[in-house]
Ligand binder design. Structure first.
Ligand code: NAD
Ligand code: UDP
Length: 352
C-alpha cells in the first residue's frame, strides 16, 4: 500500500488516480486545508474503486504512528504542503512548519515503522535564477527568493542528510517545473482557493468570467517576446512520473534527484495565444510591471528522468490547455458545487 500525503490536492489527486489504475492500494492522508473531499470522490468514480482516506495533519506524529500500525504501507508519496509564494512571505513560519517540520515528522514516523521509501514533491524553484538553460539536475541549487522556495530547499537538504545517515533510505526528490492541465475526463483538476497565483488558473478564471482580465507581469524580460518563459508540464504526465520514481526506488538507495518537465519553454504571450485558440475567443489582458521575485526564464533538461526512470512527458501544450479548459468550463466553480462527502472512502477514526 502506498501512503499519499496531500492526496486530495491538485497533483496528489491525479497521482492517486494513476496509482489506483495501476493496481496499487492507496491510503490518502490530507487535512483538506487546500482541497475538497469531492476530488477523491471523483477519483473513485474514474478508477472504479476508492482510496482509503484519513483526514489529518502530516505534522501529527501520533496520527502517523497509528496509520503505519493500521495499514501495510510500503512507500510514501509526500505531496502535503503549502505552496502559495505570496502567502509564504506573509506567513513564513506556517510554511516552514508545514513544509519542513511536516516532512521531518513524516520521516521520523516512517523510520519508526521501518518504511524507507519516499518520493518528495520538490520544485524547480530550488534552482533559483539559473544563468544556464536548460537546467540539469547537476546545476547547483540557488537562493530561492521566498520562504516557500526556501522551505522546499530546506526539506531537500533534510532528506539528503537523512539518506546519508542511514543506507536503508531510498528517496526521490522530484523537481517539478510548471504543472498545468487536468485529467482528460474533466472530472478532476486544479481548484485554487482565493485569487490564483499561477498563470493558467488565472487565465481559466478570466475565461469563465470569474475575473475581469489577465495581468501579464512584465514584458521587458530578456526573452524573445519580453514575457516570462516557463516549462509547463501536464499534471497526468507528472503524476505518472511518480509511479516511475517509485519503481526506481525499489532498485536504488540514497537520494536521487529528477527534473520533471518537458524540456520546452513557452512565454506568457505564447501561452495566451495558444489558450485563446482553445477557447476560440480573445482573452482580456493588460500588461503590468514585473512581479517581485519572478525570474525571466526557466526550463528543464528532462533527460535524466528519461534515462533512469524511462519516463518522458507525452502531452504537448495544446493537450494541456484543452484538458484544463474542459475541467474549468465543466466546473466553473471547481469542486464548490459538490456536496463534500466522500462516499465509499474510509474515514478512519484514528488518533488526531
Ligand atoms: P495542493 O495545495 O493542491 O495540494 C496539497 C495538499 O496538501 C492539499 O490537499 C492540502 O489540503 C494538503 N495539506 C497541506 N498541508 C497539510 C498538512 N499539514 N497535513 C496534511 N495535508 C496537508 O498543491 P499541489 O499543487 O497539488 O502541490 C502538491 C505538492 O507539490 C506541494 O508540496 C507543492 O509544494 C509541490 N509543488 C507544486 C507545484 C505547483 O505548481 N502546483 C510546483 C512545484 C512543487
Ligand atoms: N504570470 C502572469 N500573470 C499571472 C500569473 C503569472 O503574467 O497572473 C507570469 C509570471 O510572471 C511568469 C509566468 O506567468 O512569467 C508563470 O507564472 P506562475 O506563477 O504560473 O509560475 P512560476 O512563476 O512560479 O514559475
Amino acid at each position: 500500500m502506498i501512503l499519499v500525503t496531500g492526496g486530495a490536492g491538485y497533483i496528489g489527486s491525479h497521482a492517486v488516480l494513476e496509482l489506483l489504475l495501476a493496481g496499487h492500494e492507496v491510503l490518502v492522508l490530507d487535512n483538506l486545508c487546500n482541497s475538497s473531499p469531492a476530488a477523491l470522490q471523483r477519483v473513485e468514480q474514474l478508477a472504479g474503486r476508492a482510496p482509503h482516506f484519513v483526514r489529518g495533519d502530516v505534522r501529527n506524529r501520533a496520527l502517523l504512528k497509528a496509520l503505519f500500525a493500521a495499514y501495510p504501507v510500503s512507500a510514501v508519496l509526500h505531496f502535503a504542503g503549502l505552496k502559495a509564494v505570496g502567502e509564504s512571505v506573509r506567513e513564513p513560519l506556517r510554511y516552514y512548519e508545514t513544509n519542513v517540520s511536516g516532512s521531518i515528522a513524516l520521516c521520523q514516523a516512517m523510520a519508526e515503522a521501518g518504511i524507507f521509501k519516499l518520493v518528495f514533491s520538490s520544485s524547480a524553484t530550488v534552482y533559483g535564477e539559473s544563468p544556464v538553460m536548460p537546467i540539469t539536475e547537476e546545476r547547483p541549487t540557488g537562493v530561492p527568493t521566498n520562504p516557500y522556495g526556501q522551505s522546499k530547499l530546506m526539506a531537500e537538504n533534510v532528506l539528503k542528510g537523512l539518506a546519508d545517515s542511514d543506507p536503508r533510505w531510498s528517496i526521490g526528490l522530484l523537481r517539478y517545473f510548471n504543472p498545468i492541465g487536468a485529467h482528460e475526463s474533466g472530472l478532476i483538476g486544479e481548484d485554487p482557493n482565493g485569487t490564483p497565483n499561477n498563470l493558467l488558473p488565472y487565465m481559466l478564471q478570466v475565461a469563465v468570467g470569474r475575473r475581469a482580465q489577465l495581468n501579464i507581469y512584465g514584458n521587458d524580460y530578456p526573452t524573445p517576446d519580453g514575457t516570462g518563459v516557463r516549462d509547463y508540464i501536464h499534471v497526468v504526465d507528472l503524476a505518472q512520473g511518480h509511479l516511475k520514481a517509485l519503481e526506481r526506488l525499489e532498485q536504488v538507495a540514497g537520494v536521487s534527484v529528477w527534473n520533471l518537465g518537458t524540456g520546452r519553454g513557452y512565454s506568457v504571450r505564447q501561452m495566451l495565444s495558444a489558450f485563446e485558440e482553445v477557447i476560440g475567443r480573445p482573452l482580456p489582458h493588460v500588461y503590468k510591471p514585473r512581479r517581485p521575485g519572478d525570474i525571466a526564464q526557466c526550463w528543464s533538461d528532462p533527460s535524466k528522468a528519461r534515462e533512469e526512470l524511462g519516463w518522458e512527458a507525452q502531452r504537448g501544450l495544446p493537450t494541456m490547455l484543452r484538458d484544463a479548459w474542459r475541467w474549468q468550463s465543466r466546473n466553473p466553480r471547481g469542486y464548490a458545487q459538490d456536496k463534500a462527502t466522500v462516499a465509499g472512502a474510509t474515514q478512519t477514526a484514528l488518533a488526531s
